[in-house]
Design a protein around this ligand. Structure first.
Ligand code: EPU
Length: 417
């Protein structure tokens, strides 16, 4: 079992460098399948989701090399094959092969996607969008089977600005006939990163990063190259740690604009920091005061930072109300925080947090990726020793987290037995 043993209370001194964004690279890799050419992707985080996607691409005949943060891809020999659960259910982002294979081959067969258990996570917006672009979709034996004679551009309105569906429509429509418009598209920075990669391959996409995206289909894509944007969720997690434990602590490689919601909430709570280009200097702050945090789509407060932020709120004076609005089930870490001494009452997707609480090291579980980050923050501020089990979830999204933190003063041991 993979576990982390954390001796809490150590202050953090020095610099942590931020890696490339998980939620970009998990789309960039399937996007590369749209060309028969070669692709180069820089600043790739070495996380387990990336390795699962590389395995899937190799299964489809792609030649992939991953060295020192750069992935090179040669797609000259890829073959469109059925992607079974063995690959697809290991992560959520396997659904991006639906868009890229459907767009390129007009046929895709893939098992249901997996991912963290944080709610029902339907993909109805993806499916209805594929249909609007001409696909016929059947479900058989736990697989989607999608076919069409051709992809034809259309105007698609999203009831909800889904990140995955926005990217999947781009992947499907870039090689289609005519123009596709997404109205109420998601605006997360990772979407522009994926669009920029497709544009480097010859795609014609306008408006990525805004609520309306226009894709004019082209007949072919060529070689492409991109640098993965910094991971704003990883950065946010370290910034939260800095606000609780920093002592001349710096997080390097941030994009301030991507972090406004978190930074301004921290400021409201009494945190002080200094931003200098792509670096933020942040130190432990006393007399933190409770704030209300409600997650939302970008540029709202990111759902992926909600759980670590809830740990932060346990250290603030007074009452904070934390509300999750994207997923039904993203408060499963709360009982673990209470087990460590937090005072949180939660009902459905809302939690009322009374602080500050002195957290005490205990044995807890990472119930999902960001819940794991929340428990890691808790373990680092707690007195005594915290053991976090099920940390496979954490390794899916945080590159080299143990070394990164130990290098700035943490005392974390990784055990795999
Ligand atoms: N939704 C639907 N139908 C759809 C699509 C979405 O109802 O067809 C609803 C669901 O409730 C779903 C929610 O909208 O759970 C959010 O879905 P969205 O499509 O916006 O997100 P996603 O593509 O499933 C990505 C990230 C998530 C991140 C969200 C929001 C990947 C692989 N995952 O998920 O990352 O929370 O965007 O920013 O890119 C994480 O990193 O911890 C994580 C969960």
């Amino acid at each position: 079992m993979k576990r982390l043993i954390i001796k809490g209370g150590n202050l953090l001194n020095g610099t942590v460098k931020i890696s490339g964004a998980k939620n970009s690279i998990v789309a960039l890799l399937p996007a590369s399948m749209l060309t028969r050419g070669k692709c180069v992707i820089h600043n790739v985080p070495d996380i387990s989701d990336v390795h699962i996607l590389i395995d899937t691409m190799r299964f489809l005949g792609s030649k992939v090399e991953f060295n020192n943060g750069t992935i090179t891809i040669d797609n000259s020999n890829i073959v469109n094959k059925k992607i079974d659960a063995e690959y697809a259910t290991k992560l959520r982002a396997s659904y991006y092969f639906m868009g890229s294979l459907l767009g390129k081959y007009h046929h895709a067969e893939i098992a249901y996607p997996g991912g963290c258990i944080i709610g029902s996570r339907p993909i109805d917006i993806h499916l209805s969008s594929f249909r609007k672009l001409g696909a016929n979709i059947q479900e058989k034996d736990g697989h989607y089977i999608m076919d069409t004679d051709e992809i034809v551009g259309n105007e698609i309105f999203f009831d909800f600005p889904s990140v995955g569906a926005t990217i999947n429509v781009m992947l499907t429509a870039v090689l289609g006939k005519g123009t596709t418009k997404i109205i109420n598209a998601a605006r997360e920075p990772e979407i522009k990163n994926v669009a920029d990669f497709l544009i480097s391959m010859g795609a014609n996409i306008e408006g990525a990063g805004s609520g309306i995206i226009t894709i004019n289909g082209v007949s072919e894509l060529h070689d492409g190259e991109i640098t993965v944007i910094p991971d704003r969720i990883e950065a946010g997690t370290y910034i939260i740690l800095g606000a609780l434990l920093g002592e001349d602590f710096t997080v390097e490689g941030i994009v301030e604009e991507h972090l406004y919601a978190l930074l301004l909430k921290l400021k409201d709570a009494g945190v002080t920091y200094k931003i200098d280009g792509n670096k933020i200097h942040i130190n432990k702050c006393d007399n933190l005061k409770g704030v209300n945090v409600k997650t939302g789509v970008y540029p709202g407060f990111p759902t992926d930072l909600g759980q670590p932020m809830s740990t932060f709120l346990t250290q603030c004076f007074g009452q904070s109300v934390f509300e999750e609005t994207i997923y039904e089930n993203r408060l499963r870490h709360i009982p673990h925080l209470n087990h460590m001494g937090a005072n949180i009452n939660s009902l459905s997707s809302k939690a009322v947090i009374i602080g500050p609480s002195e957290l005490v090291g205990k044995k807890v579980k990472a119930t999902d990726l960001r819940a794991g980050a929340a428990m890691l923050v808790a373990g680092m501020i707690a007195s005594g020793t915290t053991t976090i089990e099920n940390i496979e979830h954490i390794l899916r999204g945080y590159e080299n987290i143990v070394d990164k933190l130990n290098n700035v003063g943490a005392d974390i041991t990784y055990i795999d037995d």
